[in-house]
Design a protein around this ligand. Structure first.
Ligand code: SF4
Length: 582
């Protein structure tokens, strides 16, 4: 194992102390990334505590292939989520994983709470706690501009906006301007610890154990990335290519999942935005793909042709949540709303689900003008959505204060449960493809569509029918395998490149001897461990309410039956836990 990987940097905010511990046994057992993060989290986190309890840890981890192979570019964050009330996990790209490794660590664990707003500056072995009063209230984009030093060493900046400072439950954290820890409220956890930003600089280097094999394998992987079509979609149109694909099969959530096709899909498609608004593409270090598509818009900041140019990272998830699902038909409007959400620092997906619920609740009379403070919400009305986001960020009025606490909270106060598009607290992603997408999201350890790709399994089943056992087994296998990719920590877009044989070979070049069975065992153990933590804290998928709307609006697989869904869930539980005590 590369000598610095096993070093864990602990930072205690309460005592303003930091220290390093060597935990090579954790990396030997669990590879790195997710596997190690779950262990570190479970060692410290108090079960059944409040997510904002200062004693709870915030864990960032990287893996043995970060900084060495293309598209192995992610960092894992594990924390207690204010969105679900239990284990939370989020991943982000950018320079962070390389900066952490080059600073000489495999993980950073943040403990305690600071009484003053802080910038934590980590430069190799030095950790400084700096007061960040001058950054208070700024957006992540502004913080990034102020903190970036353009140094020649690897530097990464993680920061939060107003939503994180105000402990909005689903606040995101920005990484290096175009990347996000988007889901499950990492921004709120940073805010609760009074951390405005972390700046990490690393001047070290990362070396493989077997340089000769590494060079050959690197070459092979690189060629697969650039010379096959395995990742072409991400380079050309980016994930917004999904808009037309999903619209065609009738799986594109529209106006709060009331429909599954959007009549303006073509106007807002990835292809159309690419043609007229795309400015450039951005990559994580060591990735030749550049999947991050950046659009340019000008925002009017005063009358009299006063414009400010802004650049906006757009992807499918944000375009569905803050676009089709709100009936916005102009790409410029969708981009403005994405910009607004990122300016304050929200998870764009849950925010979109909340705005969609508010619109439907207002339209049906469940909430009134007195609740919205006079704001008239209607599908496709960009001005009212921008204003609603601003009010949520500042907590102006009780509806907006509850909205800052998530969709579950809104439903508890106002009702409208059947069309509140959340499961276990987290906003439902933009794939109304069939049973596997709902089941996969429900049972996923972090309630993300990326955990087991149920949406993809549904789409494959449209081409070749899967029986119930096959569908369940695919979800289980996919999640176990993805736990390995997230332990490396790989970009999920490169999953077709990093097939099991490639992963085994790549790990060997850095001194890890695993065969495929060992890897699958680690992937499964990680899932079971997370499930165990969640179930002790009360999570039981059979008790989670699934919004009725999902069984009313036709999906790509037709109208779904709740009865059949429940049978599939029972089958999942049986097959997943047949040899486990849970
Ligand atoms: S495909 Fe995109 S997210 Fe993945 S490593 Fe490359 S630039 Fe980063």
């Amino acid at each position: 194992m590369e000598e610095y990987l096993s070093r864990i940097l602990y930072i205690d905010l309460s005592s303003k102390r930091s220290w390093v511990e060597d935990r090579s046994e954790l990396f030997e057992d669990r590879i790195g990334g997710l596997g190690v993060a779950v262990k570190l989290y479970s060692e410290i986190c108090k079960l059944n505590s409040d997510p904002f309890d200062p004693e709870n840890p915030l864990v960032f981890t990287v893996g043995p292939l970060n900084g060495l192979y293309p598209c192995i570019s992610k960092t894992v964050a594990v924390f207690k989520s204010p969105v679900t009330g239990t284990y939370g996990e989020s991943h982000a790209g950018g320079r962070l994983s390389m900066a952490i490794r080059m600073a000489g660590y495999g993980a950073i664990v943040i403990l305690g709470y600071s009484d003053k707003l802080l910038l934590i500056d980590i430069e190799d072995s030095k950790v400084c706690f700096r007061e960040a009063k001058s950054l208070q209230g700024l957006s992540s984009l502004e913080v990034e501009e102020r903190l970036r030093t353009h140094t020649r060493v690897m530097e990464s900046i993680v920061s939060i906006g107003l939503a994180g400072e105000r402990l909005c439950f689903y606040a995101s954290a920005n990484v290096d301007r175009y990347n996000y820890f988007g889901r499950l409220g990492l921004g709120a956890i940073l805010g609760s610890k009074n951390i405005k930003a972390l700046r990490i600089r690393g001047s070290g280097s990362i070396k493989p154990k077997d340089a000769e094999s590494y060079k050959k394998l690197f070459e092979k992987i690189y060629r697969r990335i650039v010379e096959t079509d395995a990742m072409a979609k991400y380079h050309y149109t980016g994930t917004p290519a999904n808009i037309m694909v999903l619209n065609e099969i009738g799986a594109l959530p529209t106006r709060n999942f009331r429909e599954s096709r959007f009549e303006h899909a073509e106007d807002i498609s990835g292809e159309r935005v690419g043609e007229f608004l795309l400015e450039r593409k951005v990559s994580c270090p060591l990735c030749p793909i550049g999947c991050m598509h950046i659009a340019k818009l000008r925002l009017e900041f005063a009358k009299g042709y006063e414009y400010e140019p802004i650049d906006i990272y757009y992807n499918y998830e944000s375009m569905y949540a803050l676009g089709t699902n709100l009936g916005l038909k102009k790409p410029e409007d969708i981009l403005k709303l994405i910009y607004t959400a990122n300016f304050y620092g929200f998870d764009t997906m849950l925010l979109g689900n909340i705005l969609a619920w508010m619109t439907e609740a207002y339209e049906s009379g469940l909430i009134s003008d007195s609740d919205t403070n006079g704001l008239k919400l209607s599908w496709g009305d960009i001005d009212s959505y921008i204003e609603a986001v601003r009010r949520i960020a500042y907590g102006e009025g009780s509806l907006y204060v509850y909205a800052a606490q998530g969709l579950k909270q809104l439903v508890d106060i106002y009702g409208g449960r059947d069309y509140a598009m959340q499961i276990a607290g987290n906003g439902i992603p933009g794939y109304h493809t069939g049973y596997a997408s709902i089941l996969g999201f429900l049972v996923a350890s972090r309630h993300s569509h990326n955990s087991n790709a149920g949406y993809d399994i549904d789409q494959q089943a449209l081409k070749r029918k899967l029986n119930d056992e096959e569908l369940i087994d695919r979800i289980i296998e996919e999640e176990d395998w993805r736990n390995i990719l997230v332990s490396l920590v790989a970009c999920m877009f490169a999953r077709r490149i990093y097939s099991p044989d490639v992963v085994v070979d790549a790990l060997r070049t850095v001194g890890f001897e695993y065969n495929l069975d060992d890897l699958m065992d680690v992937g499964r153990d990680v899932y079971i461990e997370i499930y165990r933590i969640k179930s002790i804290e009360g999570f039981d998928p059979r008790k989670i309410y699934i919004p009725k709307r999902l069984f009313e609006t036709p999906s790509a697989s037709g109208i779904l039956s709740e009865e059949r869904f429940r049978k599939l869930l029972d089958m999942y539980m049986e097959r997943r836990f047949k040899s486990s005590s849970i």
